[in-house]
Design a protein around this ligand. Structure first.
Ligand code: VAH
Length: 317
């Protein structure tokens, strides 16, 4: 049975991933890693062990890995795109110096490592439609630069030391559980909260701006399925394009109005978020993930919208 450490277990992805991993492997086999000030609460604290695991402290990570006999690390520690632009040095320290500490622990303890990349790893001169698995990656955000670097360092540790590193390039992830923290795609979460609360939504992304998006259950499924995949089938490792849907603000607005007819949206474009969004793909080609480890999303925009609204009505009202 696996012994898993989730670093960043109280974040937008980490909180749900930890719960899902505990369902699959048993609560005692999944350690919720966190940093002081972001302690696990409720089900996350009660569902299994937790430990302080600060990616910038390599010695601390080594102690946690040996104490819990960790053989798999899911590294969800990162600043999201907008916050990273405001704190570029911290983004690098967490994203790259932190990953180096994790990979050293993995090399010494023979751990597998999952570190998500993102659509943010592509740049303005990457083909935007049907973005290929293997293509030019010259992002102009520190978020994107750090994501490309995590892909390259993770591949380096696989080829040089045989560390079992794997990753996906996530689209914007949409969830009703843990609110997002400073991303360009956050509008696609915030719009559902506004609709369910009966508020007018002020959209920071311009009409017609397409981005890849994915419902969180599919994101969790992608991460876990890749880590369970037969390594002999993997041609790629860091990182696989995974896609589910691509939409612009007016499309998600129209889908929500089918369920909440009086919902209203206006635009007030945020220049930083808009410039980042325009540098990212409209839609990725995820055929490599589909052929190498049978990736297939379960949710599209209509089914995600129905579920998001149902769940937020319970959570908020
Ligand atoms: C962001 N939600 O907007 C994150 C994610 C692909 C987008 O990386 O920064």
């Amino acid at each position: 049975m696996k012994n898993i450490l989730v670093i960043g277990s109280t974040g937008q992805i980490g909180s749900e991933l930890t719960t899902e991993l505990r369902k699959r492997y048993g609560g005692d086999h999944v350690v919720a890693g966190y940093i002081p000030g972001a302690e696990p609460k409720g089900e996350l604290a009660e569902g299994g062990p937790s430990a302080i695991a600060d990616v910038t402290n390599g010695e601390q990570l080594k102690e946690v890995a040996s104490k819990y006999h960790i053989d798999t690390i899911y590294n969800l520690a990162a600043l999201l795109s907008v916050v990273a632009e405001q704190k570029p040095r911290l983004a690098w320290r967490i994203g790259i110096d932190g990953l180096w500490n994790i990979l050293e622990v993995a090399r010494e303890n023979k751990c597998a490592v999952f570190t998500p990349s993102s659509i943010g790893s592509f740049g303005p001169n990457t083909p935007h439609v049907g973005t290929p698995q293997d293509t030019i990656q010259r992002p102009r955000t520190i978020y994107g630069v750090s994501k490309v670097t995590t892909e390259l360092i993770s591949d380096y540790y696989f080829h040089k030391y045989g560390v079992d590193t794997r990753a996906v390039r996530f689209p914007g992830l949409i969830s009703y559980v843990t609110p997002p923290g400073g991303g360009t795609t956050d509008y696609a979460v915030d719009i559902y909260y506004a609709a369910v609360r009966g508020e007018k939504f002020v959209c920071p992304i311009k009409e017609g701006t397409l981005m890849d998006m994915m419902y969180m259950p599919d994101g969790l499924h992608a991460a876990i399925s890749l880590m369970e995949a037969d390594p002999s089938r993997l041609i790629h490792r860091n990182a696989f394009n995974v896609a589910a849907m691509s939409f612009a603000p007016e499309t998600i607005y129209a889908e929500i109005k089918k369920v909440i007819p009086d919902f209203q949206m206006v635009y007030d474009v945020d220049p930083l978020k808009q410039s980042i969004a325009e540098s990212w793909p409209d839609s990725m080609d995820d055929s490599a993930a589909r052929s190498e480890w049978d990736w297939k999303p379960q949710y599209d925009l209509p089914t995600m919208t129905k579920d998001m609204i149902e769940k937020l009505r319970v959570k908020l009202l």
